[in-house]
Design a protein. Structure first.
Length: 423
């Protein structure tokens, strides 16, 4: 809570509390914590820094991005619609149908797709949409994997819900154990954030896993938000998607009770990773038309629409697959370089998707400090992405997250430094 002193002419001083005290329940953002951790440390002067913390791909974005922005520059002086353009929605709908082999005509893009200025703000704002004052007569719960993407926790806390951290460890396949969720918890659950492929572990949910999660959302009346932002960075096979599974359930079991195949389900995608266009701030949410409609209404009050040139560039990117395959080839080379240097050390494994290494090093903070001091290699302690649960070890304490966003040679150099310094 922020306290401000106000002086008046009489000389009296009074203190008034201002601000939302829920914010004080949150730690500093992971990268702020990292900056504070490493600020006192000066790396060796003869070593060039290698930054492997932020998931910010360093590939050159495809040429069609800049070409389309230039060609549509006349749109910069217009306020964009929150719902985007018909062309954008159609491109996204066509891509989802192709990518996830959806039955033709099942996804109606005009009612089931909403553009986003990146997915972080929308994942955060979703809690304002999904969390009621009470659920089953109690404080609502928001479920999330542990480790997790920081905006999930921020969203839950600022919406007045209890964030519930579901351990996602090697023993659970790096995804939350759905069978461990009790009816008492599920009855007060308002929102479940699920990331697949997972950040940071790279685990991809199976069709059976996603089917169970969708079934629980419908049985207990909560929103299932599936963050699929890493779905296009895969090594061996494309990860299954939640819409794909929901379409299969719809076909196998007949229409859901309300006749909507996407009931209770929202999926999130972004061009930041798929197209190496983090600065474009472009993504979308798709799924349940009732939720999309309410989300659009909420965003009309609190968000600016995506600029028309950005919508046009995004439309072109969602219709192009060549640059995405080029990206995958580059990431495969990086993982090969990392594997050659690391071997089987630190629990290295080949993830199903994403571009992170989740390395077990004993103490993530101490490892991060040593790597920065001795090798100018900057990584993120796993504890900054996880929380303690009573009676359980923190699932991130012993780990570091390494983002393979640099070129393959630089990745190899960094991994060699990790081995040399950590032993």
């Amino acid at each position: 809570m922020v306290l401000t002193d106000f002086s008046v002419n009489s000389g009296a001083v009074f203190t008034e509390a201002i601000g939302n005290d829920r914010l004080d329940l949150l730690t500093d953002y992971p990268f702020t914590r990292l900056a504070n951790l490493l600020a006192p440390i000066t790396p060796r002067a003869n070593v060039s820094p290698i930054l492997l913390t932020v998931g910010e791909p360093q590939h050159t974005p495809p040429a069609i991005l800049e070409e389309t922005l230039r060609a549509t520059a006349s749109g910069w002086n217009k306020y964009p619609p929150v719902g985007g353009t018909p062309e954008f929605r159609a491109a996204v709908g066509d891509w989802l149908t192709r990518r996830y082999d959806l039955p033709a005509g099942l996804l109606h893009a005009d009612s089931s797709v909403l553009p986003l200025s990146g997915t972080r703000e929308a994942l955060f704002m979703l809690a304002l949409l999904a969390v009621p004052t009470q659920k089953a007569g109690r404080q609502p719960a928001v479920l999330m994997p542990n480790p997790f993407y920081a905006p999930y926790e921020g969203a839950a806390v600022m919406a007045g819900a209890e964030p519930v951290f579901l351990s996602a460890t090697r023993e659970t396949g790096f995804l939350p154990d759905l069978d461990a969720l009790t009816p008492e918890l599920l009855e007060r659950t308002a929102l479940f954030y699920l990331c697949t492929p997972a950040n940071p572990q790279g685990a991809a949910a199976t069709p059976a896993y996603l089917a169970k999660a969708i079934g629980l959302a419908r049985q207990y009346g909560f929103v299932l938000a599936v963050d699929e932002c890493y779905a296009e960075i895969w090594l061996d096979a494309p990860p299954v998607g939640a819409l794909q599974v929901a379409a299969g359930l719809h076909k196998t079991n007949g229409p859901h009770a309300d006749g909507k195949p996407w009931a209770n389900l929202l999926v999130f995608h972004s061009l930041s990773k798929r197209s190496s266009a983090a600065g474009l701030r472009s993504g979308f949410v798709a799924g349940d038309p009732a939720l999309i409609g309410r989300f659009s209404r909420l965003r009309s009050y609190g968000c600016a629409g995506m600029p028309l040139p950005v919508l046009a560039a995004s439309t072109a990117l969602w219709r192009d697959e060549a640059h995405v395959e080029d990206n995958r080839v580059a990431y495969r080379a990086k993982f090969a370089a990392a594997e050659a240097e690391l071997g089987g050390r630190y629990g290295y494994y080949r993830p199903a998707g994403g571009f992170f290494l989740w390395l077990e090093v004993g103490n993530g903070e101490e490892a991060a400090k040593r790597l920065w001091a001795e090798g100018a290699v900057r990584v993120l302690p796993g504890a900054y992405l996880s929380r303690n649960n009573p009676g359980e070890p923190n699932p991130g304490d012993a780990f570091i997250r390494v983002a393979l966003v640099q070129d393959a040679d630089t990745v190899a150099q960094a991994c060699a430094s990790i081995v040399r310094i950590l032993g």
